[in-house]
Design a protein. Structure first.
Length: 329
């Protein structure tokens, strides 16, 4: 093992996650078992990040939330870490920016046989009647950043659409969009970046809903009895893992992430979402799909997942021109 003299500092700026200490508990316990020290802080504005500058030679930040401040419309946390040359774990800011735009631009990646499901951004000028006629029902109403799938819901008629928009606007200060719904097969693929001595890895799971549930929402994610997790058939597994490696290369995602796919009854594959800050909890109340994908495929242990993520960030040190270039772009 590489001698490790840094403290892993878990940084969060999203209050609901702060209230759920389990989000980082398994990771911290694993790092501590490896002899790596950890700490955790809450940041609410850019000036808080500046306070980390004197310690940047002794820490590597592990971001637990996407943006800084009370709104997800705020600046990306990793962009500010880049700006002040504070080492961190996970993808660079440019990659995260591209990932967030992916939901709203079908042709952003232009992969062969791979696009986003048909969708429409909802704003003040959107004609809801046209949504009803063009999308029909059922459809899925979502927020731009669906932490833990909060707010995601199936819409069955115009009344539910109006009520859903009003409720989500009250609860989340985010853009809303509607997506065409059909009975998809759903998959998630975990990705680990290459390190000095190891190639990059991806591992896939199929998520099969039980009972009458139509989508994977926050209720499903917090109730293991509503979902079965299985390995996809071999040929499909290869397609999913290869596509994920291609996404990582195309976006320059220099860090771990999780990618969600949908497949319709005709076998067409759609890119649903890229999660650049996936949860890594291994125990209840919520088990993360990221470590489960690697564990069920018997590729790599949970401890080795955490070691690879941390040492990937360690190998990026020191931050020099490449980081400055990311900030300037």
């Amino acid at each position: 093992m590489i001698p490790f003299n840094k403290t892993i500092l878990f940084v969060n700026s999203y209050v609901p996650l702060l209230e759920r200490g389990w989000v980082s508990k398994d990771v911290k316990d694993t790092l501590n078992s490896l002899g790596i020290s950890t700490d955790e802080i809450f940041l609410s504005e850019e000036s808080d990040i500046k306070k980390l500058i004197p310690d940047r030679d002794h820490i590597i930040v592990w971001p637990m939330s996407l943006t800084i401040g009370s709104s997800v419309e705020g600046p990306f946390l990793v962009y500010l870490l880049n700006k002040y040359q504070i080492p961190f774990i996970g993808p660079y800011a440019n990659s995260i920016s591209l990932c967030s735009k992916l939901k709203f631009k079908n042709n952003l990646l232009k992969f062969k046989s791979l696009s986003s499901p048909s969708h429409l951004i909802i704003n003040e000028s959107t004609d809801l009647n046209s949504i009803c006629s063009s999308f029909g029902f059922p459809s899925v109403l979502k927020t731009e950043y669906s932490y833990n799938s909060l707010g995601v819901r199936v819409i069955n008629n115009a009344t539910e659409l109006n009520e859903g928009i009003v409720e989500l606007k009250k609860t989340f200060n985010q853009k809303l969009f509607i997506e065409k719904w059909e009975r998809y097969r759903e998959f998630t693929v975990a990705y680990l970046p290459k390190t000095k001595n190891k190639s990059d890895l991806s591992a896939a799971l199929e998520l099969k809903l039980k009972g009458n549930k139509q989508i994977i929402d926050s209720e499903v994610k917090n109730n293991n009895k509503l979902l079965s997790l299985i390995l996809p058939e071999k040929e499909l597994l290869t397609i999913l893992e290869t596509s994920t490696l291609e996404v990582a290369k195309k976006l320059g995602v220099n860090g771990h992430f999780r990618l969600d796919y949908l497949m319709n009854k005709n076998g067409e594959l759609f890119l649903s979402e890229i999660n650049v800050i996936p949860f890594l909890s291994l125990k209840t109340p919520q088990i993360s799909y990221f470590p489960l994908a690697f564990n069920l495929s018997k590729m790599i242990s949970y401890k080795d997942i955490i070691k690879r993520i941390v040492f990937h960030a360690y190998e990026r040190l020191p931050f020099k021109d490449s980081v400055k270039k990311q900030c300037d772009n």
